[in-house]
Design a binder for this molecule. Structure first.
Ligand code: DGL
Length: 270
């Protein structure tokens, strides 16, 4: 048994890196659905079908707890999965809520009524499908009032990262930040609402300026998982095997992952 970490491709490695550092004794099984990335341009039904297939595969690996390290899946599929698909002895956690709790300075599970928070103008950068779902605004509205969110759908960035074309990814990030600035000239905070984007964190920060606080999910999700496992220690299980699975070309995905994480990562075919 181990904890599963799922993403459409390489982006979830940013979360995997953080959870591995925070919880070095926990074995993690990573599943990248690289053959079907990007998810961000797919419709909700498609994302649901791909995500449930991947999570089933992680259950077959003995992971009773799976982190959807993918905002697109968390936004488009998680609620439907929780309503009717997940067996009672298993759990699937998304990456959205921990981020919003951090932004709104709430502790886990604080369900008190929405209240005013320090930040008023927030830029959200995410995939087209996450932006279209409005899931971020919905979750935020449960917790905060008076926050103006301007969302920018960042078409093309995930494809460029998956292809290893970081020059194109950098240029696209800058043009999406320009587009955001035309709608919201002075954001105080920015959310990187796609787990691929921390790989471009420097490009976002330099285009936004040092005065903008950029929230990215990896460390926030790691802290939230540590807290969850303290409360539900049985969900870790007893296994000791970490591994990396992909639906894509294992050699190609391993080489990109090694480049991003700056340590040898070896994927096997899912
Ligand atoms: N990294 C994922 C996310 O957080 C998915 C990106 C994609 O496949 O389009 O949204």
């Amino acid at each position: 048994m181990a904890v599963g970490v799922f993403d459409s491709g390489l982006g979830g490695l940013t979360v995997l890196n953080a959870v591995t550092k925070r919880l070095p004794d926990v074995p993690f099984v990573y599943f990248g659905d690289n053959a079907h990335a990007p998810y961000g341009v797919r419709d909700a039904n498609d994302v649901y079908n791909l995500t449930t297939a991947a999570v089933s595969r992680l259950w077959d690996e003995g992971c009773n707890l799976v982190i959807l390290a993918c905002n697109t899946a968390s936004a488009a599929a998680l609620r439907r999965m929780q309503e009717s698909w997940i067996p009672t002895d298993k759990r699937v956690l998304g990456v959205f809520v921990p981020l919003i709790e951090a932004l709104t300075e709430r502790n886990w599970g604080d369900n008190s009524p929405p209240r005013e928070v320090a930040v008023k103008n927030v830029a959200l950068f995410a995939t087209p499908s996450t932006v279209a779902s409005r899931a971020f605004q919905r979750e935020l509205a449960f917790r905060a009032i008076g926050v103006d969110v301007e969302a920018q759908a960042c078409g093309g960035v995930v494809d460029a990262i998956e292809d290893g074309d970081m020059i194109l990814a950098d240029a696209l990030v800058r043009s999406h930040v320009d587009a955001l600035h035309r709608k919201m000239p002075n954001p105080e905070a920015a959310i990187l609402g796609c787990t691929h984007y921390p790989l471009m964190a420097d490009a976002f920060q330099s285009a936004l300026g040092d005065h903008v606080k950029v929230y990215s999910q990896a460390d926030i999700v790691a802290e939230s998982l540590a807290d969850y496992l303290t409360r539900h220690p049985k969900m870790i299980g007893t296994g000791i095997t970490s591994k990396f699975l992909t639906t894509g070309d294992a050699a190609r995905v391993s080489s990109r992952a090694t480049q991003f994480l700056k340590r040898q990562i070896t994927f096997e075919k899912a």
